[in-house]
Design a binder for this molecule. Sequence first.
Ligand code: BGP
Length: 474
Amino acid sequence: MALRKDFLWGGATAANQAEGGIFEAGRGLTNTDLLPAGPDRAAIGFGTLDNLQRDPKYFYPGEVAVDMYHHYMDDIELLAKMGLKTYRMSISWTRIFPNGDDPEPNEDGLKYYELIFKALKDRGIEPLVTLAHFDVPVALIKKYGGWRDRRMIDAYVNYAKTVLTRYRGLVKHWLTINEINILLHQPFVGGGLIFKAGDNVEKITYQAAHHQLVASALATKVAHEIDPDNLVGCMLAGGSHYPYSCRPKDYLEAILRDNGEYFFIDVQAWGYYPSYALKKFEREQITPIFEAGDEAILRENPVDFVSFSYYCSRTVSAYDEDYAEATGNLFKSIKNPNLPSTEWGWQIDPLGLRSSLNMLYNRYQKPLFIVENGLGAKDEVTPDGQINDDYRIDYTRQHIQAFKDAVEIDGVDLLGYTTWGIIDLISASTGQMSKRYGFIYVDRDDEGHGSLKRIPKKSYYWYKKVIASNGDEL
Ligand code: BGP
């Protein structure tokens, strides 16, 4: 079995890392607008450093990002010329509802995305839309403390209903919440949570998780009611756990750590809480409060497909030994001595993508979608204005080969592949521009200097051929 004929080749961005224009046309502030570049970013992202006011001492890279807000037509033109079949992007919640739950939506915000979706459709590009990509309106953090409060469910579902209704017929593929398991690792980024001394962090986080899971199921329900053709996916920060050694305890540790991350997807795909999670909650006395009807909402509204990001596998051990550390998207693990690393310490493991696809397909038996994958690396512009990013081509080629094998040899059902940061944008973990993922270069640096000019990289032309040959020409 080869890749589907209608395989969705594409690229991905997110509003908070690409758009900028955060004060334009009535937009309200969102949590990620408050993430500065520099050393405090991680603590703010975790929710231990309360930073609900923008502080002039910081540089906020998301304020302008790569200014897609103003460049979107030119950018879409570049994406179309690459031959993209799909473009993954997120709607900024606070462009639609500046305070998250205003009585009426902001027409300017609705119009903005309508123009984008129409421009994409006109060029034969299917939008793949994330409803919340690290996006919690600041007004709702102030009012409710973010997702710890159940009232977030109504605000989110009302927002979802508004955009699902408005973009009916324009958008068919939806993702409810980006990398939903990131809530455990960066609770402010994932859920707008800020902790005070004495807070039971785990209890609050899992209660917030429950609210997100119910909200996601309700959004799935609404999406299906509004248009039965809508396809809704959940979204996991993926990458399986490897045992550091073949000691049985290490293997068990890897399984348990996988469970810890897949918990969210288990609920969204199966429609119920897995037994290992219920046991953990009981043992640790952190069982989330369920309201009457929650179980039925989850059960009756599982997702249609499972999407995930894949950058690296993660290595773990049950033993407290002196291991070297590897970073990875927003959480750390042990450095795997068998794998090379990027300049940012993320380990490169194409075969791990095939393993993850197998694991997820076996576990869920639903179509899969790789909605993020890519290499964050420094690029150099040659004196004649070229970017020869062979390292990025190499990385992407190996990952594409891995998913082709998962489809062709292992029989995994894969809907598509969108590379992360199809156009350079700011890094979620560091706020840097210099950690570039794009096939399209953007002239902007870590301090916010640069013309914002776009230049297709060597990878741009390479990917164009890959798409045109449906993955045959790598
Ligand atoms: C994921 C996020 C993205 C993206 C990517 C790369 O966790 O969904 O928003 O940024 O990782 O991570 P980074 O930007 O930290 O290199």
